[in-house]
Design a protein around this ligand. Structure first.
Ligand code: CAA
Length: 260
């Protein structure tokens, strides 16, 4: 697939996925969602891609939301489909990717942009980032998982505050709320994400993908996360990574994981 709205690069086992519509503050139109879906599916299937760093082009925005110009004339049915397709093609895909996704929040993360960052497993923000779910100021509600994932991350009270006021918070406050893991200067943002990616990549890819399944199970309706943990824990014992990790420990050397 040719990408016109994103940049995609695999370098030293890190997949860099950059939303590249800086003139529209990287707003997520349909074409961008399709391209992100394609790139992330490629990452999922490529054993050389071990961690994803997701960011936006330019200095101003991570992503300023779903593309308002594209959906302004939509009907009820079209609105519902926009939301359902977004969940399936992008936001659930990011959350359930078997490789950790780090969102490098390099500016405005609003509406669908914050929802995208919240789908990622880890969020690092630059000092000037501004985060919010301003949808009710447009007469809609967050439709890419924001009502659920914001509540999971910051609790019901703060989620009500952010969604009903449609206000933005700065990076420092977002860190206090637990909405981002860490805040660094804009210059340090990518290097900080890469440092974290490199730390992650020292560990077993198999165990990491099991950890993602188990952590996400907490939020799945009708699924007992503890039962999922037991299953995933057991599965690890059948992997080459487990043999390598435990053998390396006993031989007092660093493990060399193959992800098998
Ligand atoms: N959709 C489409 N275009 C957008 C956009 C969006 N979400 N956000 C910014 N843009 C465009 C602007 O229209 C403008 O384009 P033109 O120059 O062609 O007019 C360009 O990006 C630059 O934006 P501004 O001139 O507005 O820049 P600013 O610095 O004055 O303001 C901003 C920045 C505060 C982020 C402002 O752009 C803004 O409020 N954007 C919209 C944020 C928003 O409401 N997001 C939620 C979208 S709805 C959603 O996401 C629904 C969902 O959950 C599924």
């Amino acid at each position: 697939m040719d990408y016109n709205n994103i940049l995609f690069e695999l370098k030293e086992n890190i997949a860099y996925v950059t939303i590249n519509r800086p003139k529209q503050l990287n707003a997520l139109n349909k074409a961008t969602i399709e391209e992100l879906n394609h790139a992330l599916t490629v990452v999922e299937d490529d054993p050389n891609a071990k961690v994803v760093i997701l960011t936006g082009s330019g200095e101003k925005a991570f992503v300023a939301g779903a593309d308002i110009k594209e959906f302004a004339e939509f009907s009820v049915e079209e609105g519902k489909l926009l939301s359902a397709e977004g969940h399936q093609k992008l936001f659930n895909l990011v959350e359930n990717l078997s490789k950790p996704v780090i969102a490098a929040v390099n500016g405005f993360a609003l509406g669908g942009g914050l929802e995208l960052a919240m789908s990622a497993h880890i969020r690092i923000a630059s000092e000037h980032a501004k985060l919010g779910l301003p949808e009710v100021s447009l007469g809609v509600i967050p439709g890419y998982g924001g009502t659920q994932r914001l509540t999971q991350l910051v609790g019901k009270g703060k989620a009500f505050e952010m969604i009903t006021t449609a206000g933005m918070i700065g990076a420092e406050e977002a860190e206090k709320w637990g909405l981002v893991n860490n805040v660094v200067s804009a210059e340090e943002l990518l290097a900080t994400c890469e440092k974290m990616a490199n730390k992650i990549m020292k560990n077993s890819p198999k165990a990491i993908s099991s950890a993602i399944v188990a952590i996400n199970a907490q939020y799945r309706e009708g699924i007992d996360g503890f039962v999922t943990e037991i299953t995933e824990f057991g599965k690890c014992f059948g992997t080459e990574d487990f043999k390598e990790g435990t053998t390396a420990f006993m031989e007092k050397r660093k493990p060399e994981f193959t992800g098998k």
